[in-house]
Write a protein that binds this ligand. Sequence first.
Ligand SMILES: [Zn+2]
Length: 276
Amino acid sequence: MQLDLSLFSSRLQSLFRLVRPIKGCSNRLSAEAESPLELTRMLFSMTHDVDRLVTGVVELLSLAQFRQDVDLLRLAFRRACGKNPDDTFRRIVQTESSYGTSSTWSFQTKLMSLDLIHYLVDNGCEVALHVVSPEDLRLKAKLQEEYEIEILGFRAHYHRLGHDILEVARELSYVYDSSLYGGTSPFRLPNGLLEIPITFEDGYLVHLYRNRNAKRLIEQTVRQHLDDKNAVFVFNFHNNTLARKREWELFEFVLRLGQEYGIQSTTCGKLAGGWS
Ligand SMILES: [Zn+2]
């Protein structure tokens, strides 16, 4: 009988990789390493792109008309009264923390502030860049110094990942990218960067499906991959869309689902640190 040694060796390698501890969680430079994750099944990773800090009343009203959604009228009214419904940062972090989760926040560089970045990092979250152009990637050293953080990865705005961005990312030793949409597992790009693709995103889910169907789709897909040790489901919910009831309902559904199925959650940086 002939043994297929290559198959055996690749299984062994993959087993070794999956029980390897994943180091570091928050990206504050002085942060202490958290206890390592023991991977035996799929993982979740919650992420948030920060594309705007405030939405205007007129935009909320036209969105309410487009979506035929009275909840958006509520937000427009709150905004008209001087409130800022898009300021969901603390609510999100507190809710995630109640589920034992911490997330990765990809910021457009012009929207970063000391108050916000320190709040997120102090609460175990990771801060990454949401890049509009390759030039944003070049701000890495300056931003790291200014905010006392270590920036490991990025996500391109509108998922627009091109050679220009990839080249700068390699030149500046970024560790991971999370721009691609629809994947269920990280993989190595030809330039050495780890690609951690988004699996489900708020915009796609809410525009294409009723909430009931979106939940069903997520749960079915999770069940298919539950015991797949290479699967990492990355969710992306923007801070401003989480002001809306439908998106918030889906967001909490994902957190609850993770808890119900006993799926561990990690930040993208922590994942990239332990992925071989
Ligand atoms: Zn964006």
